[in-house]
Write a protein that binds this ligand. Structure first.
Ligand code: ADP
Ligand code: DP6
Length: 334
């Protein structure tokens, strides 16, 4: 019996990943840049054992159906093949984040699975190798290997496509991200399907791709210079451009709801009144607001008169993935 356990935190992209060059290997069309967060995470334990004949996947203590289990099994096959192991596994995962609601459960979920499975089979992967492995489960998961800011460098092969940590001299600790949860139920169109439809059919997709390198350069410069306004502006612009591509897809779609638009307008209004804050959104209706930590309380007060307190979740920069020992202590971290 071989057992491994890991905790990985979600990350939210400031410069979005949207579209794949290679769907099987999950090589993206563009680089992306994210902030790992402390508020939402996944803990996963993987036990490979001679005593079972097929993989079993429990999410939040519920045995998952064959569709969800096949996804996990296919990922475990990659780990088994690296470790020359043919044992089946029991996977027990707890999401401390709503699943499939645009709050990045796939990032923390697949990073934790990669960490736990590779620890169980003693693969002893360096951070970039673990990032490459996590990427095969879900693209955004490759960024959750690191704490703080990370850049997924698209590369052009399985070997060269992985995330790296962005040096930031602690700038991430000056930031807060407020999640406005307008709806935490499962979305209709997964990010995987949404981005593929957009790549294949959206007339706006080429414009998206052309604009990413400039946006990425602006974001990295803003991080290096600890320039919050520049980072916020490019974060909001990247999200709007990404969501713009979905409107020109065939069939067209949007992840925005009426509530999302209300929150985006509210952010603009608060900003016009002098408080610097910027929104971003992923493949779901929830809105995330980037603000300087020193202005977090003022922003919460401004939001409170329009949004119920229980819809607001405050997050700060989160740590790297942790491989947990039996005693739940931290064995190693990147
Ligand atoms: P989200 O916005 O939450 O990332 P996605 O549709 O991109 O939504 O991804 C959700 C999918 O990620 C789930 O359907 C499941 O396949 C996978 N996932 C989420 N949490 C876990 C987990 N803890 N372990 C394994 N897979 C997970
Ligand atoms: C909008 O990483 O969930 O959140 O690679 O198909 O699993 P797959 O997609 P996923 O997509 C995330 C898309 C996004 C933007 C981002 O996180 O960069």
């Amino acid at each position: 019996m071989f057992s491994g356990k890991a905790r990985a935190y979600t990350n939210i992209a400031l410069i979005k990943y949207w579209g794949k060059e290679d769907q099987e290997l999950i090589i993206p069309m563009n680089n992306s840049l994210s902030l790992t967060l402390d508020a939402f995470y996944t803990e996963t334990q993987v036990i490979f054992s001679e005593e079972i004949s097929e993989d079993r996947f429990y999410l939040d203590n519920q045995l998952q159906d064959s569709k969800a289990t096949v996804k996990v099994s296919r990922f475990l096959d990659l780990v088994r093949s690296k470790a020359h192991c043919n044992l089946s596994a029991v996977v027990q995962s707890q999401n401390f984040v709503p699943t499939a609601a645009g709050l990045a459960s796939s990032a923390s979920g697949l990073a934790a699975l990669a960490g736990a499975a590779s620890a169980a089979l003693k693969l002893d992967l360096a951070p970039e190798e673990l990032s490459r492995l996590a990427r095969r489960g879900s693209g955004s998961a490759c960024r959750s290997i690191y704490g703080g800011f990370a850049e997924w460098q698209k590369g052009d092969s399985d070997k060269t496509s992985h995330a790296v940590k962005i040096p930031s001299a602690g700038f991430e600790n000056d930031l807060s991200m407020i999640f406005v949860v307008v709806n935490d139920s499962k979305k209709d169109i997964s990010s995987r399907d949404g981005m593929q439809r957009t790549v294949e059919t959206s007339a706006f997709y080429p414009g998206w791709l052309t604009s990413v390198p400039q946006d990425l350069a602006k974001a990295k410069k803003a991080i290096a210079e600890k320039d919050f306004v520049a980072l916020g502006e490019v974060t909001e612009a990247s999200a709007l451009k990404m969501h713009g591509t979905t409107l020109a897809a065939n069939p067209p779609f949007t992840y925005w709801s009426a509530e999302s638009l209300q929150v985006m307008n509210l952010v603009r209004q608060i900003r016009n009144n002098g408080l610097a804050c910027y929104f971003t959104m992923d493949a779901g209706p929830n809105v995330k607001i980037l603000v300087e930590r020193k202005n977090e309380t003022a922003l919460l007060q401004a939001l409170n008169s329009h949004i119920a307190t229980q819809q607001l979740v405050v997050a700060h920069a989160g740590p790297a993935i942790k491989i947990l020992t039996e005693a739940n202590g931290t064995a190693s971290t990147f």
